[in-house]
Design a protein. Structure first.
Ligand code: G
Ligand code: G
Ligand code: MN
Ligand code: NA
Length: 253
């Protein structure tokens, strides 16, 4: 199936959408913002998840254009939510997932940076696996994103390709997002409780915030709060929602 052909028309046909999954502050008990998650409403194949088309998009400059659209749309949504909620959520923020591969493309980073400065940057999440590369180029890209106002999170930290502790000392980071496989083993596995407690302590000593991902059950929320984790997201807090449903969810709280 020629997905690449379809991808070329998808931006102009407005077939991409973002879902927003709220992130809950564990000290305040209030939602702090939301992670934006890309979806493609394909005219024949239905709703497609990022893993089924981002690799194809990454073979050409299409990935850069999709990334730009994601940043512009997420920031516009953030500002609509702030306006709609009045004084309730003045600091509402969105995060976007960016792959370092898309920034490495010609023009990838240089087209994105002005967007960040223009309306106030979103938070940016980069997957921990991409930080295994300790090159000056990676460091330089992250420093530029940050100097344009984006707070940086390392995603999927603490398992698989995200087990690289020293990455926390090599890159200009603001937060870590714990790998959902760790959350899944809370609170039943005492070794994972110890691992998560130590990771939170380590991150805090390095001046980083900690967000738990994949929180599905209230016992997980309880232990994370007890361990001093800063924030949590997952189906147990709220699933990823279209903006209109997000606004309704916020209004109910
Ligand atoms: O809901 P979920 O299936 O969206 O996300 C699957 C994966 O796709 C996650 O690893 C997430 O980080 C990634 N992802 C979601 N949205 C985007 C996006 O806009 N850009 C990139 N590069 N990755 C995304
Ligand atoms: O960017 P990242 O790789 O962290 O992407 C987050 C992914 O986690 C998305 O695919 C999102 O749909 C998914 N997700 C969100 N909440 C939950 C949850 O509670 N449990 C699990 N297993 N996945 C979740
Ligand atoms: Mn993410
Ligand atoms: Na990710």
């Amino acid at each position: 199936y020629a997905l690449e052909e379809d991808l070329r028309g998808a931006l102009t046909a407005r077939e991409f959408t973002l879902l927003y999954q709220p992130v809950l502050g564990l000290k305040s008990g209030k939602p702090l913002g939301a992670e934006s998650l890309l979806r493609w409403q394909h005219p024949e194949l239905g709703l497609l998840l990022p893993h089924s088309f981002l690799e194809v998009a990454g073979r050409s400059e299409l990935i850069t254009h999709i990334g730009e659209w994601v940043v512009e749309e997420a920031v516009a949504s953030r500002d609509r939510v702030r306006a709609a909620c009045g004084e309730a959520h003045p600091e509402w923020q969105v995060s976007v997932n960016l792959s370092l591969e898309e920034l490495r493309r010609s023009e990838g980073l240089s087209r994105l940076l002005p967007l960040l400065s223009a309306q106030g940057a979103p938070d940016i999440e980069v997957t921990a696996g991409s930080l295994l590369d300790h090159s000056e180029e990676t460091l330089g890209m992250l420093e530029q994103l940050r100097s344009h106002g984006a707070r940086l999170s390392v995603d999927d930290f603490g398992d698989g390709a995200g087990s690289n502790l020293s990455a926390l000392t090599r890159f200009p980071l603001d937060a870590i997002k714990l790998h959902p496989t760790l959350t899944a083993r809370l609170p039943g596995d005492p070794r994972v409780v110890t691992l998560v407690a130590s990771t939170i302590d380590l991150a805090h000593r390095l001046g980083l915030k900690v967000v738990a991902v994949g929180v599905e059950r209230s016992e997980q929320l309880d232990i994370l709060r007890e361990l001093g984790c800063d924030a949590a997201q997952g189906y147990g807090v709220c699933p990823p929602l279209p903006e209109t449903e997000l606004l309704a969810w916020l209004a109910e709280r």
